[in-house]
Design a protein around this ligand. Structure first.
Ligand SMILES: *[C@@H]1O[C@H](CO)[C@@H](O)[C@H](O)[C@H]1NC(C)=O
Length: 202
């Protein structure tokens, strides 16, 4: 009888614990028992393969973050391969959790970021060639544009195991449900029909 009570108690505690865990949000993942870690947890292959750039913007991002490499959990670092078709672009976007350092492996990119309002929204931009490195500080809206006639490739490292990405046009004009077009027309000083056209696109 005592044993049964004990089991019941444990069962209730476990259920309460499960309930609690279901309410906890972790920016990252739970850690694996380090004794069970394997090389595979720290490994990814395939970054030699070009991504598919046959899309509206002509670019492709291949991720190497904690989703692909579990061993990155809590380590505050990740990488991407970015492919650009000729005149392809990585449109204005920001990473909420990471600074980015980008290395051009092939091609010619026009890259830049814009400083905060306090710094007068200054455009900090440069043309990069093979071997050049550029930094996009955390939070800054930034972009890359392949201005060459050939494909371009870059590898970037980001200071988060899961940097996140916010593409400006998608969030503003592609919000779901859409942001009130009259509001956006005033915010962006545009005709409301232009806003509606943009909202239909994103
Ligand atoms: C921003 O612009 C104002 C007005 O032109 C100027 O006084 C200020 O020095 C500028 N600030 C920076 C950080 O460039």
């Amino acid at each position: 009888m005592i044993i049964i009570d004990d089991i019941l108690l444990k069962d209730t505690t476990l259920r309460q614990l499960n309930k609690k865990i279901a309410q906890i949000f972790v920016n990252g993942k739970f850690c694996k028992d380090p004794k069970l870690a394997k090389a595979q947890d720290f490994f990814l292959s395939g970054l030699d393969k070009p991504g598919n750039t046959a899309n509206r913007l002509g670019f492709s991002v291949t991720n190497a973050n904690v989703e692909q490499i579990p061993g990155l959990n809590t380590l505050g670092i990740s990488a991407v391969r970015i492919d650009y078709a000729p005149y392809g672009q990585n449109p204005p976007h920001t990473h909420p959790r990471a600074t980015e350092i980008l290395v051009v492996l092939e091609g010619t990119l026009y890259v830049g970021f814009v400083t905060s309002n306090q710094l007068n929204n200054t455009l900090i931009a440069k043309v990069l060639n093979k071997g050049d490195v550029f930094v996009f500080p955390i939070g800054m809206i930034h972009f890359q544009f392949n201005i060459g006639k050939t494909n371009a490739v870059a590898i970037a490292a980001l200071s988060s195991q899961f940097p996140g990405v916010i593409t400006i046009a998608n969030t503003v004009f592609g919000a779901n449900p859409p942001i009130n077009p009259d509001f956006l027309a005033k915010a962006f000083q545009l005709d409301v029909n232009v806003v509606k056209e943009l909202e239909a696109k994103f």
